[in-house]
Write a protein that binds this ligand. Sequence first.
Ligand code: SF4
Length: 165
Amino acid sequence: MPNDYFNHPCRFPKNVDGPFYTTGHLDRNADTPDAPSEWRGDCLWCGAPEAEAAELFAPFDDTYTDTYFVRQPSTPEETSRAIAAARVCCVDAVRYGGQDREIIARFGNDPTVCDFIVDDSGNLTCTVGSDGRLLPFAQAIADQKLAELQRWFRKRNKKWWQFWR
Ligand code: SF4
């Protein structure tokens, strides 16, 4: 049976099969430039995602270099922890590629972390192109969300008499 989750082209290969995953990129080692490129995770070793869902990620220890899922959430509590882990990742490298509408709604229907979102017609729509970048419509939504966030931060830092500006 085909996967019901998106197989993101930047999916870090060590992730276990399933809809939650982390991204990575192919990197050349500066010490051995002739060697083939190797996968490196985009989310590394600060431990923030692991602190939210330790049981789902590779063990966080001295040998640690990349963040990736070793297990998919199997209970509602674990799903909540996986969502929390995605929320704390500051580069949106912990993602959800599944089609569960409830989970997508809990992410705020946000294309920066979801490979499918629900469009205005109520249909599930893939947000990512074959190159791993957001499709133009999804990028427009992401830009709009960022602009809203920036406006909110600006207002938050104003004195009360500056709020109408
Ligand atoms: S959560 Fe952010 S700071 Fe921490 S390892 Fe991931 S990308 Fe880096």
